[in-house]
Design a protein around this ligand. Structure first.
Ligand SMILES: [Zn+2]
Length: 381
């Protein structure tokens, strides 16, 4: 499998190494991430948050109240761990396709010894920022934000969610996990790990995880001051999703935090809050991009022009549904370079034999060449 990753990375690099194209709409939105210092301090001040503790429930209420203040109705997903109860907190914004979802996950519990400012107050405040900023945007693919309980006992909350809460009709396009984003005071925090699925049980979802993680890495480069470093996903809430064959990716800090990891010194004062804000900007850019909330789509356009690419992922061709007259189709690489364009009649197949595996954007315009919609196309053979 290593060879396949290498092969995919090489072609993806070849595909995306053109001049970087930057989406002003995404950039404008990530400027709305504010200083998270006060939220981090508030999370830390609740104290240690192990499963079964009053502080865990207090943290749940603190997070839920923030979501309510932003205009959401958080759903509490209760589960048992021995004699204790714990809880996942779920909010969502439905997309144009009601069954497709991107999950943004960040656990909110901590170990007995630690107030968990970095592990995982940093991930919690990231989800709060994302929730606030995307509240009034319209995603193409729905966004579900979940703060998991009992991660520290072995992903118990996320396992419960995958096994018992997720509906068979839910199609999870991607699970992005946010765990320990905070950086380390006094260290070089200019790099961030983008984590791909390297697990072989199962392995059929690895190539797509690799593509999504490369995309995440490109988004970090485009919209933050950080340098992305591709790393392997392990030991956090994406594991139960991965085990069920879903496509995962994640962000995790690159600098060494071992002096404070799971200790009483996991405090805001030992983190790098400026670096945390940069990682959150990257996580928000990823949310906007992967959900199609990047300004390409709007309610009217989706209602009027509900095109779909079939099949997607595609192999050597695709067709476009819901067209009754010829349209003009353009295929772009990840960074926006135009690769292919043609006019397409209803039911006409568009051939892809010349294009390497990878992630593309397809622009579909009507006969007067008014741009109506952009959508993603994945080519996997
Ligand atoms: Zn953690």
């Amino acid at each position: 499998m290593q060879k396949l990753y290498y092969f995919l990375s090489v072609i993806f690099f070849a595909l995306t190494s053109n001049a970087q194209v930057f989406n002003q709409s995404i950039s404008d939105k990530i400027q709305k991430v504010d200083s998270v210092l006060n939220q981090l301090i508030a999370y830390e001040n609740i104290g240690t948050k192990p499963t079964g503790s009053p502080a865990l429930v207090e943290t749940l209420q603190w997070i839920s109240n923030k979501y309510r203040f932003y205009g959401y109705n958080p759903v509490i997903d209760t589960f048992k761990l021995g004699s204790n109860e714990s809880y996942n907190i779920i909010i969502e914004k439905q997309g144009a396709n009601p069954s497709q979802w991107i999950i943004i996950g960040a656990h909110y519990d901590s170990v007995d010894e630690s107030p968990g400012a970095n592990d995982n107050g940093s991930g919690v405040v990231a989800t709060l920022q994302i929730a606030r900023i995307i509240k009034d945007l319209i995603p193409k693919i729905g966004v579900r934000i979940i703060n998991f309980g009992a991660e520290e006992q072995g992903f118990i909350g996320s396992s419960h969610y995958v096994k018992n809460t997720l509906l068979p009709s839910d199609s999870i396009i991607l699970m992005l996990n946010l765990d320990q984003l905070g950086g380390t005071k006094g260290e070089d925090n200019s790099k961030i790990y983008c984590e791909r699925d390297d697990d072989t049980n199962p392995s059929f979802n690895n190539a797509m995880s690799s593509l999504m993680t490369d995309t995440l890495s490109n988004l970090i480069s485009l919209y933050t001051k950080l340098t992305p470093v591709i790393s392997d996903a392990y030991s956090s809430d994406y594991v139960p999703f991965e085990n069920e064959g879903m496509i995962i990716t994640g962000l995790y800090q690159e600098s060494d935090y071992s002096d404070h990891y799971h200790k009483s010194t996991d405090l805001v004062s030992n983190m790098d809050v400026d670096a945390t804000v940069e990682v959150i900007k990257g996580a928000l850019a990823a949310t906007l991009y992967f959900s199609g909330m990047n300004g390409f789509t709007s309610v009217n356009k989706l209602v009027d022009y509900h095109y779909e690419l079939i099949p997607n992922p595609a192999n050597n061709y695709f067709t476009i549904t819901h067209i009754s007259s010829p349209v003009f189709v353009e295929i772009y690489g990840m960074q926006g370079s135009l690769i292919h364009s043609q006019q397409v009649c209803p039911n006409e197949q568009i051939e892809l034999f010349d294009l390497p595996n990878g992630l593309y954007t397809v622009g579909i315009s009507d006969h007067v060449n008014n741009l109506k919609i952009h959508t993603k196309l994945i080519i996997v053979r």
